[in-house]
Design a protein around this ligand. Structure first.
Ligand code: MLT
Length: 412
């Protein structure tokens, strides 16, 4: 008899964003005349930068000729892209990362979800609350937790991120082995400062722990004091894996290109205490289970790092940050406290009540789709997340509708 992986039965019935899409589809079927404004899932709407389009076209043309055609690519990704990333994203910021420590992939979601496969079943895991659901769900699937109740799973160490602590996770009281950090954070939009990251790196070094650092939103950082990479912190090379994505940076959600940085000194240990290279393990895992990113996509990604591409990406992220600032200020005028939206495309709004009820009110009354905070964990309750990836005109329309339908929240 074929037995199922019963860990799956501990999960919520559906993934957060699939659940929201289903609710919105049902609403739209009942009210086909209503025009909704999407501020829910962080999916971009602006076209690819011109430099990427040109490189993409040229690479497709190469595939059309036997002389320049390419089949399977190198396992970690093409050297031209890994070199461009190492130089521009790390060495230019004083972070000591080499091209052969970079693994090209099709998404930070896949990488952050898959990396846990390298670790033992009984490691102790610390996760922020609220949190991007992928970190939790993939550990549930792998059997590292007990049952779930009230947005939490037994066996995980939750690090509450609340208004009281500025939405920054604090070091755990009991020792943990694996720590998930995301900065600028999804969903709160809060970014970790240099001293906060230093404290985490120091913790990981003292405890022989490992940090999985999700920096998918670093391109939205505008405060020059904030680190973009964990490798800007001395000592991080030994204890941190970093994940990045071109999805939000350069409009690649439908194109797919991301990467993981696995520095060669990063180790995990056998039960007998022998060190094992995570770089070697991840290479083994990826070469077995992953076929790589297509050549034209990697050429389009390379163009992100050209002089023109960098300027275009800056304009793109500036465009979304203008939306984010508009949303934050509009909510503040309505008397609701917010975080994020300055170094992040997400705005985390304190609504002080049932966040799914607030989601329904916004959908039904204002025709605006947000993400309810409870979907990101227990500490997300009482909040909603707005994403800034719509057009500026739609962002203005969303806030006009919200202001019109939530008079009760207006500032006195
Ligand atoms: C989000 O809305 O949180 C993101 O779009 C999720 C993702 O990038 O996978």
């Amino acid at each position: 008899m074929i037995h199922v992986n019963e860990n799956y039965s501990k999960l919520q019935a559906s993934y957060l964003f699939a659940n929201i899409s289903k609710r919105v589809r049902e609403f739209q079927q009942q009210h086909p005349e209503r025009k909704l404004v999407w501020m829910g899932i962080g999916d971009v709407t602006r076209p690819l930068p011109e430099a990427c389009i040109a490189a993409f076209h040229a690479a497709v043309d190469e595939m059309a000729s036997a002389d320049t055609f390419r089949g399977y690519g190198p396992e970690q990704g093409y050297a031209f892209l890994r070199e461009a990333i190492a130089v521009n994203d790390f060495q230019a910021r004083g972070a000591d990362i080499a091209a052969d420590e970079i693994f090209i992939s099709d998404g930070a979601k896949c990488d952050t979800g898959n990396f846990q496969e390298l670790f033992a079943a009984d490691i102790r895991i610390a996760i922020s609350d609220p949190v991007y659901p992928v970190y939790v769900d993939t550990n549930v699937m792998a059997g590292r937790t007990g049952a779930g109740a009230n947005g939490r799973y037994a066996g995980l160490t939750y690090l509450p991120c609340t208004a009281e602590n500025g939405y920054a996770p604090e070091l755990p009281k009991a020792a943990v082995d694996l720590i998930y950090l995301c900065s600028p954070n999804n969903p709160t939009g809060a970014a970790l400062t240099r001293p906060q990251l230093e404290a985490w790196v120091d913790y990981a070094r003292r405890n022989r722990a490992l940090i999985l650092f999700d920096a998918a939103y670093e391109a939205f950082i505008r405060d020059p004091a904030l680190p973009h990479s964990i490798y800007e912190i001395p000592g991080a090379r030994d204890v941190a894996i970093e994940f990045r994505s071109l999805s939000k940076t350069a409009g690649f959600t439908g194109v797919r290109c991301a990467y993981a940085v696995v520095p060669k000194p990063c180790m995990a240990w056998t039960q007998a205490g022998a060190p094992v290279s995570l770089h070697a393990l991840w290479l083994r895992r990826q070469t077995t289970k992953f076929n790589g990113v297509s050549y034209p996509v990697q050429r389009a990604a390379e163009a992100v790092f050209s002089t023109a591409g960098q300027a275009q990406v800056r304009r793109l992220t500036d465009y979304y940050l203008r939306n984010a600032g508009y949303v934050r200020e509009a909510f503040q005028r309505l008397g609701l406290a917010c975080v994020g939206g300055d170094n992040s495309p997400y705005i985390w709004v304190q609504v002080n009540g049932d966040s799914w009820a607030f989601f329904d009110t916004l959908l039904n009354d204002a025709g605006v789709v947000c993400t309810p905070g409870a979907g990101f964990g227990q500490c997300g309750e009482g909040h909603i997340r707005l994403s800034a990836f719509n057009s500026f005109e739609n962002t203005q329309e969303a806030m006009r509708r919200i202001a019109a339908h939530l008079p009760v929240h207006r500032a006195a």
